[in-house]
Write a new protein. Structure first.
Length: 391
């Protein structure tokens, strides 16, 4: 009779292979601000991650009073363990006797680990709609200046971060496979060997350029932009500090904004906001637009709303200091699968703290192997991040 028991030697190999797959998939996750430890948790639990405020120095006035406690506190962002995902595969008892079991089995284990990591990665990328800062143009590649292949648009990304006083160290940029290919075609990067670098021509990767460590990421989101017809305007004055703006349409106007659309108001078109939810208003109607952050300066009644210059349908690369993202991660507290008996449970942990659960479940004449992840994501400081718009 075939035995579907997992030997201790194979268990050890599972952990080794899974750890390798976890490490190779951590480019984005390893850089985010996180509360991740291999401790038990349950879906729905919430955790606080520090939210840092922009500060400036002020005059010191000598006085005989104690420090202001309120001035020494900082805010927090609450992140909930709201996502619990799994990936699995099965082996029948007879398959345990296969001559090539070890290699095939380990490859499959690594695939389910990658599936979980990619889910966490995609969840972070999906937060792009909370980022109001951008550079580039959705009508062309981020590695094109409008006339030819170039790295010049990356200088614009850097300027946005400079204006937001983001340190120049630890700046990264994540782009789609297509944009990664576009980067390799930029003449300046192909000719980098003239000053001692041969990454693109000989090694096939770009590496660090224009102050960014460049990474290719298959989970880069694509944004489909909404539309504004006519001249929709602001219904009533929206005071600084608020999070919403009323919008009114006349007989020839219409609003069909999408979550993540970048918009400006005619009073100050240099201030850009990101729509936090879809908004549809037909002709001669009203609606409320929710913004990504408190209004910076009062938006007057009758100011018109417009899509930001260069904004449109296209890929959304992410650049900046990835600690602008927040991640919480725990191991599920209890066995939850329900079908079969949990035979072994192994925890795979990356040095950053990100942990996955690997379980083997004994079933009738077969065993199920499962990787699971419990996590939550949020943007904790959008100033550190900028969208890299591309076609």
């Amino acid at each position: 009779m075939a035995d579907n028991t997992i030997s201790s030697n194979l268990q050890e190999n599972i952990v080794v292979g899974a750890t390798e797959a976890l490490s190779e998939s951590m480019a984005l996750l390893a850089g985010v601000q996180m509360d991740a430890i291999p401790d038990p948790g349950n879906k729905g639990q919430s955790f606080n991650v520090g939210e840092y405020e922009d500060k400036s120095a002020s005059d010191v006035t000598a006085s005989n009073v104690s420090p202001d406690a309120a001035a020494s506190t900082f805010g927090v962002k609450t992140i909930t363990l709201d996502t619990h995902k799994k990936a699995n595969f099965k082996l029948k008892g007879t398959e345990f006797q296969g001559n090539n079991l070890d290699a095939t089995f380990m490859s499959q284990v690594q695939e389910i680990v990658r599936a979980c990591v990619y889910t966490m990665n995609a969840s972070l990328m999906a937060q792009y709609y909370k980022i109001p800062h951008y550079a580039g143009n959705a009508a062309r590649s981020i590695f094109n200046d409008g006339s030819s292949a170039s790295v010049d648009p990356l200088a614009d990304l850097g300027k946005v971060l400079d204006d937001n006083r983001v340190p120049t160290i630890n700046r990264q940029m994540f782009v789609s496979p297509t944009e990664n290919s576009n980067a390799k075609k930029v003449p300046e990067l192909q000719q980098a060997n003239t000053f001692g670098r041969d990454n693109v021509i000989y090694n096939g990767f770009v590496g660090r350029t224009m102050g960014f460590d460049l990474f290719m990421d298959q989970q880069i989101p694509t944004h489909t932009t909404g539309t504004l017809t006519g001249d929709p305007d602001v219904t009533a004055e929206a005071a600084a500090g608020g999070l919403t703006v009323g919008i009114t349409t006349d007989s020839g106007d219409a609003v069909a904004l999408k979550q993540g659309d970048l918009v400006t108001f005619s009073g100050d078109t240099s201030i850009i906001y990101s729509a936090q939810a879809d908004l549809s208003i037909s002709a001669s109607g009203t609606g409320t637009l929710t913004l990504d952050r408190p209004i910076e300066t009062t938006i007057a009644a009758d100011e018109t709303i417009a899509l930001a210059t260069g904004h449109g349908t296209g890929t959304i690369g992410i650049a900046g200091d990835m600690t602008g993202f927040g991640l919480v991660n725990r191991i599920e507290a209890t066995d939850y699968y329900g079908t079969g008996t949990l035979e072994n449970r192994m925890i795979v942990t990356h040095p950053s703290g990100v942990s996955l659960s690997l379980g083997t479940y004994r079933q009738y004449k077969q065993s199920l192997f499962e990787c699971s992840c419990l996590f939550g994501t949020q943007i904790v400081d959008s100033r550190k991040l900028v969208r890299a718009l591309g076609a």
